[in-house]
Write a protein that binds this ligand. Structure first.
Ligand code: SF4
Length: 337
């Protein structure tokens, strides 16, 4: 079932951001929203006793200025962390989609979305990070769409276009834009660049329908990937998280067969595989979710993370990895187990 989100009836704007040109431009795209000025975004976004899932059905947008922490280092649960120059930023907090396995449900007090409008400060911080990267022989590997799906918001925010324009003529950065979106037209209209790689997350259609509420289905994502490939964009694929469910072995078998036929393999430079995993603190909060069976599995709680047992993790990954080797070489497949 696809979630119908009635989004952004209200837009909260931090006083410090009210004259910012990007805030003014975004407000113009929401002529019917009620605008409310606030002192500090945390007074709305971070306040106590919010109902995450109730808000998810009708989230509000908050426009704010990010004051510090423009870049974060990777952690052991993130895939891109395998690159020595990896870092990520948080341009938007929370996501318009509602994947039942998503750690964001346990990360924030509510489901309203914050968009930081001072991208110029992020660009400056990124310039500094490029200069001090640990492996200067390789570009900075910056993920710009981690705690959200920026492409799903592109029509309203335009942040992906802005970052691509900023990075287009550089040779010292590779931006990764992780997405489940299906904006095929974007790739036809914008000139491709080597400094950006789009990383599509794909799941079997039945899993997408049941557990990725609001996100485009598999066939729509495959169409967008093919449009991007045809236009010459850099592409990677993430089958992450792989889930253990009744009948999932058969589902993933059919899914990989479909990917073998439908993906433009000659254009795919990297595949990432990983099983469901989430930090223990976030998981405890996610368990309050009432409308899913996904979180009720007898997961293993190990150190600070919740996932399947090691043998299950390896079996699930192997079930996808082995048949994929018909399409792409092993050196291009990166696995989190
Ligand atoms: S698309 Fe990604 S960030 Fe958005 S809800 Fe799903 S898993 Fe979370």
């Amino acid at each position: 079932m696809r979630l119908k989100v009635k989004a952004f009836s209200h837009i909260y704007v931090e006083d410090a951001a009210r004259e910012h040109p990007r805030a003014l431009a975004i407000l113009k795209r929401f002529p019917n929203s009620q605008v409310v000025f606030i002192d500090d975004y945390q007074n709305v976004f971070g306040r106590g006793r919010q109902d995450f899932w109730k808000q998810k059905a009708s989230p509000k947008l908050i426009l704010a200025l990010k004051k510090d922490n423009f870049l974060y280092a990777g952690n052991d649960l993130l895939q891109g962390n395998q690159s020595p120059n990896f870092c990520y930023n948080a341009l938007v907090l929370n996501c318009p989609y509602d994947c039942h396995y998503c750690y964001l449900q346990g990360m924030y007090a509510g489901a309203n979305m914050v968009a930081f409008v001072n991208l110029e400060d992020y660009f400056e911080a990124t310039n500094q990070a490029i200069l001090s990267r640990s492996d200067p022989e390789n570009p900075l590997h910056l993920a710009i769409s981690y705690d959200t799906d920026l492409m799903a918001l592109e029509g309203k925010l335009g942040y992906v276009s802005e970052w691509i324009a900023w990075a287009r003529h550089r040779d010292d950065i590779l931006m990764e834009i992780r997405t489940k979106s299906a904006r095929g037209r974007f790739f036809k209209e914008m000139e491709p660049t080597t400094t950006a790689r789009f990383a599509w997350t794909l799941s079997p259609e039945a899993i997408s329908k049941r557990y990725e509420s609001g996100a485009p289905g598999l066939s729509q994502r495959l169409r967008a990937i093919n449009s991007a490939a045809k236009a010459g964009w850099r592409i990677s694929i993430c089958v992450d998280p792989i889930l253990q469910l009744p009948g999932s072995d058969g589902l993933y078998k059919e899914f990989v067969e479909l990917l073998s036929k439908e993906l433009p393999w000659e254009n795919i430079e990297r595949v990432e595989l990983g099983v469901f995993r989430v930090g223990s603190t976030f998981f405890k909060r996610m368990l309050k979710r009432q409308d899913t069976d996904l979180l009720q599995y007898p997961y293993e709680h190990d150190k600070n993370a919740v996932s399947y047992k090691r043998e299950e993790r390896e079996r699930l990954v192997e079930g996808v990895l082995q048949p994929l080797l018909k399409n792409i070489s092993k050196e291009k497949i990166f696995v989190w187990t």
